[in-house]
Design a protein around this ligand. Structure first.
Ligand SMILES: Cc1ncc(COP(=O)(O)O)c(C=O)c1O
Length: 327
C-alpha cells in the first residue's frame, strides 16, 4: 500500500501481536489480542512513529529544514516528532498548549533531551493551536527557512495513510495466527489513526467492527473529523476508491476531560499492568482499557469474538502522573 510515496524508515515493524491471556480470562474473553504499537520504537514508541515515516519522508522530499508541530504539555506526538527529527537531522520546533512547568517530566523532559525547541502557550488549548502553527510557519518563511507544518497528531492525509498500511500489517499477522478480527478497539484524539484503520479495512475488504474510544471530543464531532480525513485521503490518493465509512465512536469516558485521571482509568491501567504486564497510559489507552472492560462486562463483546486492543503507546506520560503509584 502507498509504496510509491517517500517514506523514512523510523519504526520497528511489524509491531508484535499477541494474546492477553490473563486479562482475557478475567473478562471472559477467549480471544483477546493486543497490537503493540507502543513498541514502534525509537525512544518509547507509539502510534505517531508510523505517521512520522510518511510525514518525514514527505518533508525531506520537499527539502524542508525545520519541522514545526503542536500538542499538549505531555504530547506523545510531539515527542515522536522530536525523535524523528533527531534521527534525520531536522530542526524541530514544538508549540505546546499550556504553561511551562517548573519541572519537566515525562514526554516534556524527553523533548528537551532530544534538542527540540519548545515554546509554551499558556492561554491556548490543543484545539486552538493550529493558528499558532500558521503564525510561526509564516515567520520562519520570512526568515528564509523552509519549514514543514505538522498539525496536531500528524492528522493529515500523509500521516493518516500510515494506519491504512498498519491495517495491512495486522491482516498479515492475524492470517498467520489463523483468525480474522471481529472487533478492534483504538484510542481517538485527532482521529487520524482511526481514519487510517477504516481506510485500510476498506482497501482490504475486511469486515471488522472498529471502535474508536474518544478522549478529546464528543462522538458527532469526532465522526465529522474522521470523515473529513477519510475524504481528504480519497481526494488525494487514487488507490483509495470512494466509500461510505462507518465511524463507530464511544465517547462514554470523555468526562471529566482530556488527560484528567479518573478512578476508572486508574483501575484499567492497574489491571492491564498486574494481569499481563502491559503499561497503558493515563490519557489515551487507559480509556480504551476501561471501554474494553465495560464492553466485556455488558456483553457488547461476546466470549468468542476475536478482539484486538490496538495499543497506541503513551507510556512516558505515566511518569507525569505519580499518583498512579499510590494505589
Ligand atoms: C498514546 C496515544 N494514543 C492515541 C492517540 C490518538 O491518535 P489520533 O490523534 O491519531 O487520534 C494519541 C495521540 O496523540 C496518543 O498519543
Amino acid at each position: 500500500m502507498f509504496d510509491s510515496l517517500p517514506r523514512e524508515h523510523l519504526a520497528f515493524l511489524p509491531t508484535p501481536l499477541h494474546r492477553l491471556p490473563h486479562l482475557g480470562d478475567s473478562l471472559g474473553l477467549n480471544e483477546l489480542w493486543i497490537k503493540r504499537d507502543d513498541l514502534t520504537g525509537h525512544s518509547f514508541g507509539g502510534n505517531k512513529t508510523r505517521k512520522m515515516e510518511f510525514v518525514i519522508g514527505d518533508a525531506l522530499a520537499n527539502k524542508a529544514d525545520t519541522i514545526v508541530t503542536v500538542g499538549g504539555l505531555q504530547s506523545n506526538h510531539c515527542r515522536q516528532t522530536a525523535v524523528a527529527c533527531a534521527k534525520v537531522g531536522l530542526r524541530c520546533i514544538l508549540l505546546l498548549a499550556g504553561e511551562e512547568p517548573e519541572t519537566y517530566t515525562g514526554n516534556l523532559l524527553l523533548n528537551s533531551m532530544l534538542g527540540a525547541e519548545i515554546k509554551f502557550f499558556p492561554d491556548d488549548h490543543l484545539l486552538t493551536m493550529h493558528s499558532r502553527l500558521d503564525e510561526i510557519i509564516e515567520t520562519l518563511r520570512d526568515f528564509g527557512l523552509n519549514p514543514y507544518a505538522v498539525p496536531a497528531g500528524a492528522t493529515m492525509p500523509i500521516g493518516v495513510i500510515s494506519y491504512a498500511a498498519a491495517m495491512e500489517e495486522l491482516q498479515t499477522q492475524t492470517k498467520k495466527e489463523g483468525f480474522t478480527p471481529d472487533k478492534i478497539l483504538v484510542s481517538v484524539g485527532t482521529g487520524g489513526t482511526l481514519a487510517g484503520l477504516i481506510i485500510g479495512a476498506h482497501m482490504l475488504d475486511l469486515d471488522v467492527d472498529i471502535i474508536g474510544v474518544s478522549v478529546l471530543s464528543e462522538a458527532d464531532i469526532v465522526q465529522d473529523r474522521v470523515r473529513n480525513q477519510i475524504d481528504r485521503v480519497i481526494d488525494l490518493y487514487s488507490e483509495v476508491k470512494y466509500f461510505e465509512p462507518k465511524i463507530n465512536i464511544d465517547d462514554t469516558f470523555l468526562e471529566p476531560g482530556y488527560g484528567i485521571l479518573t478512578e476508572g482509568v486508574r483501575t484499567a491501567i492497574d489491571t492491564f499492568a498486574k494481569m499481563d504486564g502491559i503499561f497503558l497510559d493515563p490519557v489515551y489507552t487507559g480509556k480504551v482499557g476501561l471501554a474494553l472492560m465495560r464492553m466485556a462486562m455488558n456483553g457488547d463483546i461476546k466470549a468468542n469474538e476475536k478482539t484486538v486492543f490496538w495499543h497506541t503507546g503513551g507510556s512516558p506520560a505515566l511518569f507525569a502522573y505519580p499518583e498512579l503509584g499510590q494505589i
